[in-house]
Design a protein around this ligand. Sequence first.
Ligand code: 5GP
Length: 122
Amino acid sequence: MAYTYDDENIFAKILRGEIPNDTVLETEHSLAFNDIRPQAPLHVLVIPKGKYVNYDDFATNASDAEILDYTRAISKVCAMKGVAADGFRMISNAGRDGVQEVPHLHVHILGGRDLGRMLNPA
Ligand code: 5GP
C-alpha cells in the first residue's frame, strides 16, 4: 500500500528541531526520546529519521541501513535503560484500528513494572 506522509505531524516537528524532546539516544537514522505522557516507569518512543508513516511503510520502503540502525537503536535503548533482563513491551500502533495518534512510525518501549496482559478485552 502507498502511504502519504504528513510533514506537519508532531514527530516531524521534533526531527526538525521545532519542538523540544527529551532525547534518550540519537543514531544516524533514528531518534529515541521519552514519551510526554508516560504510561509506565519506562516509556520511550523510537522513531526513524526518515519519513515513514508506520511499520509497514518502513519495512517496505526503508533502506537496509535504516532498518538495521532502527532495529539496533531499539535494542540499545533497552540495554541503556536496563529492562532487557526483567522484560519490556514494544508497541507500534498503525492506522485507524491501531489507534495511531501520530502518523510517523514509532515504537513504544514500555517497562519498569509488570505490564499486565497485552490487550484489554474488546
Ligand atoms: P500513538 O497513539 O500514535 O501510538 O502514540 C503517540 C505517542 O506520542 C503517545 O504516547 C503520546 O503521549 C506521544 N506524544 C504525542 N505528542 C508528543 C510530544 O510532543 N512529545 C513527546 N515526547 N511525545 C508525544
